[in-house]
Design a protein around this ligand. Structure first.
Ligand code: GCB
Length: 639
């Protein structure tokens, strides 16, 4: 099989799974750390050879990419799929190659006391990285960062520019997250020789490439490798339990200072672990729950190196808040919290899933306009920069891993579980200190009624709780409540349903009875709080019909209103949240059910509101005014 070779190439480089080493602190500048952002234009070539293996056979990494064949300009960060006019590249499966050259500052190279770290914010899906032709790292999985100390490689050739080569393969297998499979079409009367497609079980375009910034950054050789904080409070005293791991020294003394928003010292401590107490603490509150949401302190950590060596400094933003779940309520800071929010995607015209600041800021402005206090990172971890915005603006996050489309029984085996556990470790390692993250979601709509799902989710959820005992864990279900083998292990039931859409299309009148039955069944059986984690209807923006018909703006409105009636009854009992599917229209694979993508957005893909957005806006501000104790001047519509 022609395409088998490139799968083998992916298989031979696999093996990076295993114990995680080191922390994954977000690269921040400080007096001891410099950051060089390599965003911009890289050279690019997709390997269209039949086996997709020419790059390895001909060692494309050993010189400039432009020396081994034609290259095009490719922006980083961005998905490569929509950058050119070629359908072949849009739908490409296999290895793509990026490279660029840069000069590393001379003082970085001459200072042997510095580490120089190369970090990729995320690349989809399997990546191999070379510096000046020497392999420095491999990573399996999109949506999460990976890095390596490249100081030694760079110092071998200080007078030459440095060349970074990154090969990325978007092939999915039954053991990857998300899973996928390659199907070969062997009938020569129907398909050309070597024809194959990649099948996926998820409803968003499988964008690929280098999706987040590539950075070079420095730290001293004795450096802060990781910090973990756990917060709580008693009366007006905030309590921050911290743990610092310092690398490069066997017994470092550590000095910790907490400063408030105005830069005033709020508490100090010494030692690599300890407890800080803050009097008259400003708690971290969600947007619309308090007049001063998203309050962040800064935890400045300094290990004491030998007098002759430079001292590292890392400043971690810290929000003091608690999260707690009972069988009917979700509490933040001991107050009942109701999620009135959205599901999102990292998705936009041209750049696909590439991090894009104008889009990020526009989306936060729209969330605030809408009165949304939360979102789920459906269906994979979002950029750290987005979570930092959530921390600062008080937007609450359900942080989901890329466990989407687990539908094949072969994806519940030991290899899949082992990889899923590593991905959860990577996710918790990256996001554990974000006050905005209040719950982990380990999967979306897996086939959780299949026999192996019981053991799979039991292990996955208990492992996640062991990684982080302080946050609830869920997965998002659309299985039958009675046959869901994972539900017994979750802290909060998250359920998706599309009444009057996929079932009973056109019959909005069935929504109230079916939704009420859904809630009563799930709560009756599991005695857990419930979030309606998806509901909605597709709208082709600008289509109208009265009485409403599917795909018109009026139909989305009336679907929403029917759901809302039942939410209002059940939120008095045990429903703790509602998240619309979806915040904005987004691209999907082509198919008979999709009109240039999924149109269930309340905003178009270009972020213009459909009429459903105004229904939701009225509702969310009403909910906020009811539950949030807002001062009058912040209330809609004056906001
Ligand atoms: C779902 C999925 C989501 C889809 C959505 C839909 O249940 O979780 O990924 O996009 O339904 O619109 O079909």
């Amino acid at each position: 099989k022609c395409a088998a070779a490139f799968l083998c190439a992916a298989a031979t480089v696999r093996g990076a799974w295993g114990a995680l080493s080191g922390g994954m602190l977000y690269p921040r500048e400080s007096p001891s750390r410099e950051v060089k952002d390599l965003s911009g234009l890289w050279s690019f070539r997709a390997d269209f050879s039949p086996g997709r293996n020419a790059g390895f056979e001909k060692s494309w990494f050993s010189g400039r990419l432009s020396e081994t064949g034609p290259v095009i300009d490719m922006p980083v960060p961005a998905s490569f799929n929509d950058i050119t006019q070629e359908a072949q590249l849009r739908d490409f499966i296999g290895w793509v190659w990026y490279d660029r050259e840069l000069w590393v500052p001379g003082r970085w190279l001459s200072d042997e006391g510095l580490r120089i770290v190369l970090r990729v914010g995320s690349a989809h899906y399997y990546s191999i990285v070379w510096v000046n032709g020497a392999k420095v790292m491999e990573h399996e999985g999109g949506h999460l960062p990976f890095e390596a100390d490249v100081g030694n490689v760079l110092r071998k050739n200080p007078s030459q520019p440095c060349r970074i080569t990154i090969a990325v393969n978007n092939t999915l297998t039954l053991q990857t997250l998300p899973p996928g499979s390659i199907q070969h079409m062997d009938d020569p009367t129907m398909y050309p020789p070597g024809y194959f497609v990649q099948n996926i079980n998820f409803d968003f375009f499988n964008y690929a490439g280098i999706h987040r910034p590539v950075l070079l950054y420095t730290t001293p050789n004795v450096y802060i490798d990781d910090i973990a904080v756990q917060t709580s409070f008693a009366d007006n005293i905030g309590i921050i339990v911290y743990q610092v791991s310092v690398a490069g020294s066997s017994e470092p003394a550590v000095q910790v200072t907490l400063t408030d928003k105005d830069g005033r010292c709020a508490a100090t401590s010494g030692g690599s672990s300890g407890t800080l107490r803050v009097t008259d603490v400003n708690l971290w509150w969600p947007y619309l729950m308090h007049e001063n949401p998203g309050y962040l302190y800064s935890l400045e950590v300094r290990p004491q190196a030998a007098a002759s060596r430079p001292t590292d400094l890392y400043a971690l933003p810290v929000g003091v808040r608690t999260v707690r779940v009972t069988d009917t309520r979700f509490f933040i800071n001991n107050k009942p919290f109701y999620f009135h929010g959205v599901n999102k995607h990292e998705d936009y015209d041209i750049r696909g899933k590439g991090l894009d600041w104008p889009l990020v800021v526009k989306d936060f402005n729209l969330l605030k306009w809408l009165g949304a206090n939360s979102f789920r990172t459906s269906h994979y971890p979002y950029a750290e920069e987005i979570l930092q915005m959530c921390d600062r603006h008080g937007i609450v996050v359900i942080d989901e891993c890329p466990g989407v489309g687990i539908k094949d029984i072969r994806s519940f085996g030991n290899a899949s579980l082992a990889h899923h556990l590593v991905v959860m470790e990577e996710l918790v390692r990256r996001d554990k200190n974000h006050p905005s993250v209040v719950m982990w979601s380990v999967a979306n709509e897996p086939a959780s009624e299949m026999p192996p799902a019981g053991r799979y989710f039991k292990e996955l959820i208990s492992h996640t709780k062991a990684l982080d005992p302080h946050r609830p864990v869920t997965f998002v279900s659309n299985s039958n409540f009675n046959r869901d083998l994972g539900a017994p292990y979750v802290d909060v039931i998250c359920v998706n349903s599309y009444f009057s859409w996929y079932r009973d299309p056109g019959h909005v009148e069935v929504i109230p009875i079916q939704l009420k039955t859904q809630f009563e069944n799930w709560h009756g059986k599991y005695q857990r709080p419930i979030i309606q984690s998806e509901y909605g209807a597709d709208v082709v923006s600008g289509l109208h019909s009265d009485p409403p018909m599917m795909f018109t703006e009026e139909y989305q409105e009336v679907v929403l209103q029917n759901y809302h009636k039942v939410f209002d009854q059940k939120r008095k009992e045990y429903v703790v949240g509602e998240l619309i599917w979806n915040f904005a229209d987004f691209m999907t694979a082509q198919g008979t059910l999709r009109v240039v993508g999924n149109k269930k957005g309340i905003f178009t893909r270009q972020r213009q509101p459909k009429s459903g957005a105004f229904i939701l806006r009225d509702r969310y501000w009403r909910l906020a005014n009811e539950t949030g104790r807002l001062p009058p001047w912040t209330r809609y519509p004056c906001h």
